[in-house]
Design a protein around this ligand. Structure first.
Ligand code: ZN
Length: 615
């Protein structure tokens, strides 16, 4: 259901000539399955940051096309700008957004790097998650010396490129390709116009922390007196401990506070252990978090401006909640927050679920409701509009013309017309989806009520799983009416020569197997829906007994309908081993589902009749 989505953020060493930049972005937009999100040229930096997303194959192809055009239109021999750079395409990271792993993005970086080296003759270094050795992980390390030092660097065996010739390419330079986590640009809004208010929060939040102080540090830490390392006196900065040596305070920080002091000091441009005379630093609350305070004229507000470099480590909602606490301690109010650019759906779902959990609700709510909870809880419309459809990347998309977008009345009328689709397969999928929806409903109605403590864990599981199954089956409503398309297309293939005939037969068989696979998934998912509905018959609120029971029976219709559609297509498949295996699977699933339907129906009948008798 979710097409894997990858983001690519190449930086090109051209920020002034719009025509050249357009040639590069045209090459990206010419590739199918790719959407150009943003083009940000900088005249001072003489550099353009381009952001686009798409399918893994589309993004890989578009990146290659862009690098090839950049090598044609940019001449590094005449380039100078305010930003460090090494090549015409300076850096090109791939970023997993949804339905794809970091390792798969590393594989894209490797394939692209190999191709750029081979076809374009550009030396390529792999960085971050794609780095081939630790000293190449950090972009700044790879780029040290920039374009001007590149010829010398390429001659050094330690800096042999990962791909491409170890020879200086004067016009294109070298390109750094890699994979890294999604960067969320996130701002927290204050009810203040004082930049210092925002800075005090930023320093408390960010990984690299701040200069440690003593004395008057509450509520504004910045009002305290700066601490220094002195001979024989090495204050911790996070607590009152003072070590006799740098080693003593470093091991104290590791043992007592769990952070690496050396790493912290280096990130603040110190060179431990030689720190005598220098400021003491203390880390902030969050890893993978960069932050500064600023005043934004457009909003007339102070904001904590944050870059979250790995939202799996530090998600926006955690930073916002900490900001709310820190602000309250200082007599400030966080009025909301702002996502700059786009945000992956996973980060929004995580935030929505966090706030739903706080409200004592299950996480088994419709996706749209979870996203709405995230938007309102994070206060994302405080200073600017937030349209989920354009701001959230990787949303499951149901096309406007889909059957499931119709009203119930329209859909039912469409089924009744004299066209073969939508037919029994689509109706079976919808039946399964409704069964799952009823299971979720009863679980959500029952969860967290007086006396349900023993059932709550199971109800929460059912609600969340039922949402997943429901969404899968909703997609199957349309997929089923398209499942036969491959077979229909094959029927129309030419059959003039023996080769054409055998190719047509092969394609028809392939189409039939696809037409078997869709209803089989419908049957399996509907059986999962039956089990969820059966669970709420036992664990749910007694007044919802009939809802759970209806859920079991209608989902059973989904199982049976799916299986009948499997069998009807299976009869024309030639491959005997495949047919025997699928047939056996159908028989087994039908037996299980039938037993469950009968058992559930008998149990509900008995309980409902007993209720009448007890009246
Ligand atoms: Zn300490």
């Amino acid at each position: 259901m979710l097409t894997p989505l990858v983001e690519c953020v190449p930086n090109f060493s051209e920020g002034r000539d719009r025509a050249k930049i357009k040639r590069i972005t045209d090459a990206i937009e010419a590739v199918g399955g790719v959407t150009l999100l943003n083009v940000e040229p900088g005249a001072d930096t003489h550099r353009t940051v381009v952001t686009f997303v798409g399918t893994p194959a589309g993004v890989e192809q578009a990146a290659f096309a862009a690098i090839a055009v950049a090598a044609q239109v940019i001449d590094m021999r005449t380039h100078s700008g305010a930003h460090a750079r090494m090549g015409a395409t300076d850096v090109c990271p791939f970023v997993p957004v949804e339905g794809i792993t970091m390792n798969e993005c590393v594989a894209i970086a490797q394939r692209l790097g190999e191709r750029v080296g081979r076809e374009l003759g550009i030396p390529v270094y792999l960085y971050e998650a794609a780095a081939t050795r630790p000293e190449r992980r950090n972009l700044a390390d790879v780029r040290r010396g920039e374009y001007e030092a590149l010829a010398k660097k390429l001659a050094d065996p330690a800096w042999k490129p990962d791909f491409g010739p170890p020879a200086f390419n004067p016009t294109a330079g070298a390109t750094v390709i890699g994979a890294r986590p999604f960067l969320i640009a996130y701002n927290v809004n204050l009810n203040s116009t004082d930049k210092n208010h925002a800075s005090d929060l930023a320093f408390a939040l960010r990984e690299k922390g701040r200069v440690a102080r003593s004395g008057n540090t509450v509520p504004y830490y910045s009002r305290g007196k700066k601490l220094f390392y002195r001979e024989g006196s090495f204050p911790c900065g996070s607590c009152d401990f003072v070590g006799a040596s740098y080693e003593a305070v470093a091991s104290h920080c590791t043992e007592e506070h769990g952070y690496d002091l050396g790493e912290l000091l280096r990130s603040n441009d110190l060179a431990p252990p030689n720190v005598v005379g220098k400021n003491v630093y203390r880390p902030g609350l969050f890893r993978a978090c960069k932050a500064v305070g600023w005043y934004v004229r457009d909003y007339d507000r102070a904001q904590v401006s944050i870059n979250l470099t790995d939202f799996a480590t530090t998600p926006p909602h955690d930073v916002l909640e900490a900001s709310r606490t820190l602000a309250a301690e200082r007599g400030l109010v966080v009025t909301g927050s702002e996502i700059v650019g786009v945000v992956p759906v996973a980060a929004m779902m995580q935030a929505g679920k966090f706030y739903l959990g706080r409200q004592g609700r299950t996480l088994g709510q419709p996706v749209g409701d979870i996203l709405r909870t995230a938007v309102t809880s994070l206060g994302l419309t405080d200073v600017a509009p937030f349209d989920v459809r354009t701001k959230v990347l990787g949303l499951p998309v149901i096309p406007a013309g889909a059957l499931v977008q119709r009203t119930v009345l329209d859909f039912t009328d469409e089924v009744s017309r004299d066209s073969p689709a939508p037919g029994g397969g689509s109706v079976a999928a919808l039946a399964g989806a409704l069964g799952a929806a009823l299971a979720s409903m009863v679980a959500n109605l029952t969860y967290g009520k007086e006396g349900t403590e023993a059932q709550d864990a199971e109800l929460a599981r059912v609600a969340e799983e039922a949402q997943r199954i429901k969404d899968q089956l909703i997609v199957a409503v349309d997929a089923d009416s398209e499942a036969f398309q491959g077979f229909m297309d094959a029927l129309r293939l030419p059959q003039g020569t023996p080769e054409e005939k055998s190719e047509r037969t092969r394609k028809m068989q392939e189409g039939l197997k696809a037409a078997v696979a869709v209803p089989w998934s419908t049957a399996e998912a509907s059986y999962a829906a039956m089990k969820l509905a059966r669970s709420v018959v036992t664990h749910g609120n007694p007044s919802s007994l009939s809802d759970g029971a209806v859920g079991v029976q209608i989902a059973f219709a989904g199982v049976r309908g799916g299986l009948w559609n499997v069998l009807i297509n299976l009869k024309d498949v030639a491959d005997p081993a495949y047919v025997a295996k699928k047939r056996a699977a159908c028989v087994a699933l039908l037996a299980e589902a039938k037993a469950l339907a009968d058992e559930a129906a008998a149990a509900v009948d008995e309980r409902l009749i007993a209720m009448i008798e007890k009246r």
